[in-house]
Write a new protein. Sequence first.
Length: 456
Amino acid sequence: MDRQVTRKAKYSFGIGAFGKDLVVGLTGTFLMFYFTDVLGVAASFVGTLFFVARIWDAINDPVMGMIVDKTKTKWGKFRPWLVIGTIINAVITIILFSDFGLSGTSLYIYVSVFYILWGMTYTMMDVPYWSWLPNLTNDPTEREEVSIIPRVFASLANMIVGTAGLTVVAFFAHHFGGGEQSVGFFIMTVIIAIVFIIAIIITVRNVYEAPTNIDTGITLRFKDIWRILFMNKELLAYIGILVTFFLSIQLLGNVAIYYFSYVAESKALFALYNGVGFVEILALLMFPKLAKWLSREHVFPIAAVSLSIGLIIFLIASYVSPSAVIPVIIGTIFIKTGTGFIMGIITVSIADVIDYSELKFGQRNESVITSTQTFLMKTAMAVAALFTGWGLDLFGYQAGQQQSDFTKNGLRIIMIALPIISVFLSYLIYRFSYHLKGAYIQDVVNVLNVKKRQIK
């Protein structure tokens, strides 16, 4: 069978994921810490802000998807918004990590306004990026291979930011900021923003954008969003899988820096935890072959158990020997193996949901459907931030101070118990409510291919 996507296009698309996930890794890993421990914003306020911002995204993200789907230019419908959104989001990210010396009400207004703008501009580029992926190929086998590449690059970006972030901040703070962490964060953010823009330029120059919608004469309207998103039972199941899984990894991402700083009392272990993140990349690379051998249905529970074992190892070590290196390495291997496999499953599955939607409604609507992924990722970030922010206050967290045993136990609950519960909820939804697997999804693809040949 002829390959539908060139090697150059595959890896150019992946480079775009590397750039944008440098920004996601920066904000997801460090923004809450930057707000609470560098700028001095109350943890409960930050958690509430992150949560409230997602209410707006509930409207903003699907609308952006509709706008992309209706865009018609000589450059395609994905490229223009990807470029525009990237440039604006890069600028907003730099402003977000800028210390203007504000305090009190003005500081709280500043972080609120620019965090909401960050979410909006991120949507502007993330929706067209992931909408482009299902349009690259309609072959299910190749789709599994192609879908993994951007996830590998994204995991690499997150690993680099998490592993080197605090060291880079400390270096720039020492050499250029007189020890001020805010200066270190600002310089690192500028560098990341530049790489982000360059990476997206490589993507838009080297990846072919194919036409998407079968010409049915149907015009997408705002009121159609409800039908597309809520009359599609497979999409609803996919939404459940996504939000519970993303909640699990966002809880881990949000609280890890606090956990290693105050429970393990070693920021070096935080860097080690992120460095062992290369295991997630290996898991993603293994996923296509493993899925062929075992099927996605069998990979998911293995992944959920692996993630849970890793977290249980963390829990035991946090009482027996909090600063021990070996439990962190072993636990992280189990965690990242699980997250890598599940990430592979959900990345491939979004294309299956789009195919199902085209068969059911006669329109692909990639961008509207893909916008749910962007929205749900940010929703998970918000809920995780709400749990983390209010949890820190509830358990008596004091920024930069020695924490009580009560606070440390609270960090253990947020870091370990909640993600285990969340990932198993994700598996149960996948097991019992999501049906686009095996022979069924192959039949969906075959019917669509027959229809397209008839139109030609």
